[in-house]
Design a protein around this ligand. Structure first.
Ligand code: PHE
Length: 448
């Protein structure tokens, strides 16, 4: 994505945006956040958030990116000459570093599980043994840091060799395959004894379980999962062609992403209740439950391998889009070559990721509000940086950006008709500020 080349086809553009959106956010984070926040009610709020904020924010990032065909800072300078809105880009860059810092630790865990799956170690144990297995992994600083670094080396090699296009092509096969595999796993889970309880937990909204914190987490989860709020989709859409329908693409990306998240929930929760795992287990949830699922499937060895391989690729397409944000920024703003920009991005990422990986073992005593460094990075990234970033983007497009730019972008200079435009603008102008207000009330302790 380093050249101003543009995607060859509409499908190519969508596949890249979906590749960025679908990742560990859907498969690892969504089920455990739903588990910790009461299930059904959380999911209802999550879907509400996708409809009133997720899709409008995707659209606002698309409008900024495609109308200028440039990165966030240059785009804001061009759209609002003489104004300081472009300073906001620094918040996005910081946000992207924090996300990739904790995210790559989980990618490291995925490689460990891929390795264990290859060794055949993911079968023949009890649920307790699987949870001990995960506990041992995160308690071991060498293994945690080692796998995380291996993942980052692969990520930055892909970026420096410029083979992201190749990865995009590979992921256009891997992504649909991941989708098919998720459906197979869902069917398998639905045949388990805990299926009824699992589905009830997932889809029956019990609002007594929902707190203000849960609402905030649902919003943060939606933003992390859709890759919005840190200018990632501004960068991607700056390569879009002028005849792409932005609204249609925003809806497609959000729908596919949400579908994958819900399917992950349907795969995990029947198993959670069948194996008597606590739904509130947190980040370890899928790692404790998945081996049990593979174990009771015919050909479990192959399923396990295939699953972790596909999740690995899904995470790689996400981290590629994540690291592209600072790389493009450093290149274009500081006028340095791509290899140099990659070097600096990699260096900062390595340090942040190592600290995050060590926060479960060597640095586990460092805690703030009961959260270790990894949890703090996760919380700050999704519930503060991405959330406020996305909402400000919406307010910028809704209130500040020239109406003509919006109209031209939404209708492709009058060629497209559609009825969704006013709804999107309404959400950007009114719902986004209301959300910001509530987040402010929550973060300052006035509510919740
Ligand atoms: N959306 C990705 C996921 O769900 C994470 C991500 C966030 C990727 C921000 C790019 C930018 O896994």
């Amino acid at each position: 994505m380093s050249k101003r080349a543009g995607f060859a086809t509409r499908l190519g553009a969508i596949a890249a945006a979906v590749g960025s959106a679908v990742g560990l956010g859907n498969i690892w984070r969504f089920p455990y956040e739903a588990g910790e926040n009461g299930g059904g009610a959380f999911i209802l709020i999550y879907i509400f958030c996708i409809l009133v904020m997720g899709i409008p924010v995707i659209l606002s990032e698309f409008i900024i990116g495609r109308s200028t065909h440039s990165n966030m800072k240059a785009a804001l300078k061009r759209l609002s000459p003489g104004k300081k809105y472009y300073l906001f880009t620094y918040v996005c860059i910081m946000g992207s570093f924090i996300v990739i810092g904790f995210y790559s630790v989980v990618c490291g865990w995925i490689i460990e599980y891929l390795y264990q799956a290859a060794l055949g170690n993911l079968s023949g144990h009890s649920p307790n043994e699987y949870s001990a297995m995960f506990g041992n992994l995160i308690a071991d600083p060498w293994r945690c840091v080692g796998w995380t670094m291996l993942f980052l080396v692969i990520n930055f090699m892909v970026m420096s060799r410029g083979i992201e296009k190749g990865i995009e092509r590979v992921s256009s096969i891997m992504m649909p395959l991941l989708f098919v595999i998720l459906i197979v796993f869902c069917v398998n889970s639905l045949l388990m004894p805990g299926a009824r309880k699992g589905l009830e937990f997932l889809f029956w909204p019990d609002f007594s379980e929902l707190t203000w914190k849960g609402v905030l987490v649902a919003f943060g989860q939606a933003f992390l999962s859709l890759s919005i709020g840190i200018s990632c989709l501004v960068t991607y859409s700056s390569y879009f062609k002028d005849d792409t329908s932005l609204i249609k693409d925003a809806v497609t990306v959000a729908s596919l992403d949400t579908l994958v998240a819900i399917l992950s929930g349907v795969m995990i929760f029947p198993a959670v209740f069948s194996f008597n795992v606590e739904p509130t287990a947190g980040p370890s949830l899928i790692f404790e439950v998945l081996p049990g699922i593979f174990q009771q499937m015919a050909g479990g060895y192959v399923w396990a391998l295939l699953f972790f391989l596909l999740v690995f690729f899904a995470s790689l397409t996400s981290t590629i889009s994540l690291s592209e944000i600072p790389i493009t920024f450093i290149m274009e703003e500081h006028n340095v070559s791509r290899p140099r920009a990659i070097f600096w991005t990699a260096l900062i990422t390595f340090i942040l990721a190592a600290v995050a990986a060590l926060s479960f073992n060597v640095l586990s005593d460092i805690k703030l509000w009961g959260k270790n460094i990894f949890d703090m990075m996760d919380y700050a990234a999704s519930n503060i940086f991405m959330l406020l970033g996305g909402l400000f983007t919406a307010v910028y497009v809704g209130w500040i950006l020239d109406r003509k730019v919006i109209r031209d972008q939404i209708t492709n200079n009058g060629r497209l008709k559609g009825t969704m435009g006013p709804y999107m603008i309404f959400c950007m102008r009114y719902i986004a500020p209301v959300c910001i207000f509530f987040i402010f009330l929550y973060l300052t302790g006035i509510i919740g």
